[in-house]
Design a protein around this ligand. Structure first.
Ligand code: PZK
Length: 287
């Protein structure tokens, strides 16, 4: 980070700084969260894996929608991006029924106004991916909203454009990932507008923090799926009897090492690039 860069935001595991000329610097740390709590132990290179994956997807989806990426810094964890006017909704696409979508379906038979067939089971693939927007909560969980409420927030025309774009992005990435043994169950995008009012993809894209990655070879509907990246951490936490409130537990070295391996494996499978090559020159993911 440049000296004296102004800090303009914090996520659970990322930081945002202001640069000159209407640019921002998004820095991905090695922090990891589980059960919504950031743990005191870091996963070495996790931030680099997420930054590299995001850059990879931004480079490959530019024809579908422009994005905020301007440059990857040599540290491999920092993205220079265009400052946008962000839309006030989280744009979620679900290809499988899980998480809050599964909960809402069990309670109402619908998710964000999409009435689904009866008799679906946990982790079932949906016949078509669905767009399920949510509000941005400052604290706590985002709240799923129907398209009517989302249209009040961004306008009907813009919402239609966002929905079409988000579904197209999901179809592209989930097909690519499935061919490489990773199911993308769902994913969250944040869009913004540039100075000319054009829709631009911001934030991170198709990382394990913005998406649910499942190992395809272990997929079996009717039950919760193991997480591609965080399952060792979850399993370890479950052995402790931890109540899942802050502070979380320290992780032992073997859980850290196994988890780092899973992040690197996701990177290498999805990009086809060795992670060592990325560390030597982060630009490799953009070519
Ligand atoms: C923006 N966030 C989320 C919060 C983080 C990330 N290109 C952009 N232009 C304007 N604003 C944002 C972006 C992006 N991306 C993203 N908040 C604002 C966020 C805190 C830390 F790393």
């Amino acid at each position: 980070m440049p000296e004296a860069a102004v800090h303009v935001g914090s996520g659970k595991v990322r930081e945002l700084y202001e640069l000159e000329d209407d640019r921002l610097l998004l820095v991905a740390s090695d922090r990891i969260s589980t059960f919504d709590v950031v743990l005191p132990t870091e996963i070495p290179d996790k931030g680099r894996v997420l930054t590299g994956l995001s850059g990879f997807w931004f480079a490959r989806t530019r024809a579908l929608v422009p994005n905020h990426l301007l440059a990857l810094r040599p540290d491999g964890r920092s993205t220079e991006c265009r400052r946008l006017q962000m839309l006030p909704i989280e744009c979620v696409v679900r290809g499988y029924l899980t998480g809050s979508g599964w909960k809402d379906y069990c309670a109402t038979g619908a998710v964000c106004g999409h009435v689904l067939a009866e008799g679906l089971r946990d982790s079932d693939q949906l016949p078509e991916p669905i767009f399920t927007p949510a509000t941005k909560a400052e604290e706590g969980h985002d709240e799923n909203i129907d398209r009517e409420r989302a249209a009040e927030l961004v306008g009907q025309e813009r919402l239609d454009e966002v929905e079409q774009t988000a579904i197209a992005l999901y179809r592209f990435a989930s097909q690519h990932a499935a061919e490489r043994g990773i199911l993308i169950a769902d994913t969250k995008f944040e869009f913004g507008l540039d100075g000319e009012g054009r829709l631009v993809l911001g934030d991170e894209a198709f990382t394990p923090d913005s998406s649910r990655f499942w190992p395809a070879d272990e997929y079996e509907s009717g039950r919760p799926q193991p997480s591609f990246d965080k399952q060792f951490v979850r399993d370890y936490c479950e052995t402790l009897g931890w109540d899942k409130t802050d502070p979380g537990p320290e992780l032992p070295a073997e859980v850290v090492a196994g988890t780092r391996e899973r992040y690197v494996e996701a990177f290498e499978r999805l990009t086809g690039i060795s992670f060592d090559e990325y560390l030597a020159d982060p630009q490799v993911v953009l070519r």
